[in-house]
Design a protein around this ligand. Structure first.
Ligand SMILES: Nc1nc2c(ncn2[C@@H]2O[C@H](COP(=O)(O)OP(=O)(O)O)[C@@H](O)[C@H]2O)c(=O)[nH]1
Ligand SMILES: [Mg+2]
Length: 316
């Protein structure tokens, strides 16, 4: 009996604290709407704004989308569905996407320089996994001869790891400790495509080292690999560390683990570079999509279709 009383007292304290947190959030949202000039828009537009915020869009960007739809529609009242469609279109119109190189890479003659793709980004972002996926995709889907080069000699076991995978994939592998080694590993290869993986450290000395590696490799495209599970603040801070390199595309990983894509989309708007690949899991090479094949705006506004995970599939 006493336990029951204690339980219900605890429950009501928990509910009260939840309620006050919700009140606080509603108050914040109201302040945001005011500051972002959304408060004066019709209620469906305000609901769209709140919907984008709850999907982790940055409020400035959410407000920009909402206002720009309002202006484009001449202030017309639209229902919730029409507004969401308009938001999807608005987002897709602002996102640039990569034209994938793999289908366009032609066979190299002996002595000819291969096409080079480099992957940079923080440790744990998913670069090495991405390198394996790209290598398999290039071999299986496009019949290319591929070499993988790892410049990550810091992570324990990474050299052995890359050798093991290269044996499984049956592609030649190189490991570079110094920048000049990258250049000679590329020169010595008789392949169509080289994929260069790098270490993910971002202190100043490592960034200089990365610059050396990139200078020596002189890649045709550099992907900054970022995890889509990060907040937009963390995505932008990380991107800022690497934007000194000549980044061609932003490639996002771990979409299968991201609760939403609002942070990714908002950051991309801030970074201003095209979207490269999207990684949706750890299966090599299946969980890889060129961004152009995805309705990113729809995923960001309506939620990720990947969330409907089929538990049977993981047992296969
Ligand atoms: N769920 C999920 N895990 C991923 C994805 N890409 C990579 N990982 C995992 O993230 C971890 C770090 O990946 P790794 O490729 O070693 O990152 P790196 O340090 O940037 O080379 C590993 O456990 C990978 O299996 C993805 O798209 N989804
Ligand atoms: Mg790695």
């Amino acid at each position: 009996m006493i336990d029951q009383l204690n339980n219900s007292a605890l429950l009501s304290t928990a509910l009260e604290s939840r309620l006050s947190r919700i009140e606080e959030l509603v108050g914040d949202l109201h302040d945001w709407m005011r500051s972002e000039q959304v408060a004066s828009l019709p209620s469906n537009y305000r609901r769209l704004f709140s919907h984008l915020i709850s999907n982790d869009f940055e409020r400035r960007y959410a407000a920009q989308i909402t206002r720009s739809i309002y202006q484009a529609k001449g202030g017309r009242e639209l229902n919730e569905n029409e507004l969401r469609r308009a938001a999807v279109e608005e987002i897709n119109a602002t996102i640039r996407t990569m034209e994938e190189a793999l289908p366009r890479i032609r066979r190299r003659e002996p002595g000819e320089r291969p096409y080079i793709i480099a992957l940079v980004g923080s440790s744990g972002a998913g670069k090495t996994t991405m390198m394996y996926k790209l290598a398999v995709r290039a071999v299986l889907n496009h019949g290319l001869r591929v070499k993988i080069i790892s410049c990550d000699t810091y992570k324990i076991g990474s050299v052995e790891g890359v050798q093991t995978i290269a044996d499984i994939l049956k592609v030649p592998v190189g490991v570079a400790f110094e920048a000049d080694e990258v250049a000679s590993l590329i020169e010595d290869s008789d392949v169509d495509l080289v994929i260069v993986d790098t270490a993910g450290r971002s202190d100043r000395a490592s960034r200089e080292e990365l610059e050396g590696f990139m200078g020596a490799a002189s890649p045709n495209e550099i992907h900054l690999v970022l995890s889509s599970t990060m907040s937009s603040r963390a995505i932008q801070d990380t991107a800022a560390l690497f934007l000194g390199e000549k980044i061609s595309y932003i490639t996002f990983t771990k979409l299968d683990e991201a609760p939403s894509l609002g942070a990714l989309i908002s950051s991309l708007n801030w970074i201003g570079l095209p979207l490269g690949y999207l990684s949706t899991g750890t299966v090599i090479p299946d969980d890889l999509l060129p961004a152009g094949e995805v309705n990113t705006g729809e995923w960001a506004v309506d939620g990720l279709p990947l969330a409907d995970h089929n538990p049977e599939a993981s047992h296969v």
